[in-house]
Design a protein around this ligand. Sequence first.
Ligand code: PLP
Length: 393
Amino acid sequence: MKFAKRLTRLPPYLFVQIDALKEQVIKEGRDVIDMGVGDPDEPTPRFIIEAMVKALKDAGNHQYPTNKGLAVFREAIARWTRSRFGVSLDPGSEILPLIGSKEGIAHLPLAFVNPGDRVLIPDPGYPPYRTGTILAGGIPAAVPLLARNKFLPDLESLSRKRVKKAKLFFLNYPNNPTAAVADLKFFRELVRFALRNRVPICHDAAYSEIAFDRLKVPSFLQVPGAKEVGIEFHSLSKTFNMTGWRVGWVCGNREMIGALAKVKSNIDSGVFQATQMAGILALQHPGGHLTRMLRIYQSRRDLIVQALRGAGWPLEPPKATFYLWAPIPRGRTSKEVAALLLREGGIVATPGVGFGSHGEGYVRFSLSVPTPRLREAARRIQRLSIWPRPSSD
Ligand SMILES: *Cc1c(COP(=O)(O)O)cnc(C)c1O
């Protein structure tokens, strides 16, 4: 079989090696706690499921959805965006439902990238920014996210030439995998940067609602002028434990959204209408469910951070997302440490290098694991020696 070049240019799937090792450890009869994948373990809230059941029984929802999505769903998104961020959006032209935000992220470069064009992607970063670029024939240009810059891109240091040639700039805050957050001041700089360099911004806000200690993270679109230079991706996946449902949206710049809509109208036929109807209910009543989920994630975060610190890991509790981005000792690779965690502790963590070369030096732990299992993980972490232990006196 002869495959297209673009297929061979795709990097190997992030979890292949660690999956193989996991299989092996399980075959040996050992108990494995998977802190590798970021996928909420709690079920979708019942009121959303009930809305879905009702929508399923309506035959009007059984046919092809429209590409633009239901007007009532787009209006619900506009109301939510207004109340959550104080941002006004035109439901007719500034909002487009997606079959999960990953779908829109991966398809967007098809609308902007010619063969050989560059796209700025965060490194470490969520893999579809890179692979979507490659599938469109483009070249991913890594923008390093470094601890000394709080995992924000150093906009000043990006060379003019590199940026001027870029067709898109992907960013993501709260960030996967580093759990970093961006404030309005950074987003203001970003908008100025985009205007000056004429590079369209694609901000991924999939974790906008997963933030702790009462922190309300801002939307990039809160900055005046943001709509002139970019779009923002949102998702119901992480907010409402709906990863399997496949529903999200993109909002902001109408020309960019029109371009993506044109691509998508030739590839898919939109989001199942029953899912959109359930999504409306979710957006109308986010409060109670979110308060409960955030309490759960926050207590899990505190549990694991305490265990890691006790075992000598230098780590600050993250302000957002359900990830811990944990530094490993110098001289060890993230793959080695992930293998060690698995072999000696029965814990799956993701090697940082899987998110890009600047992810080396870290492993990512996900907190989307039932709390009793995390308690067991905390006990095991304390028995492992990866970092030198803090002296007890
Ligand atoms: C989980 C995640 C998404 C959401 O994906 P969906 O396709 O909406 O389920 C988007 N961006 C990042 C960085 C993620 O981690």
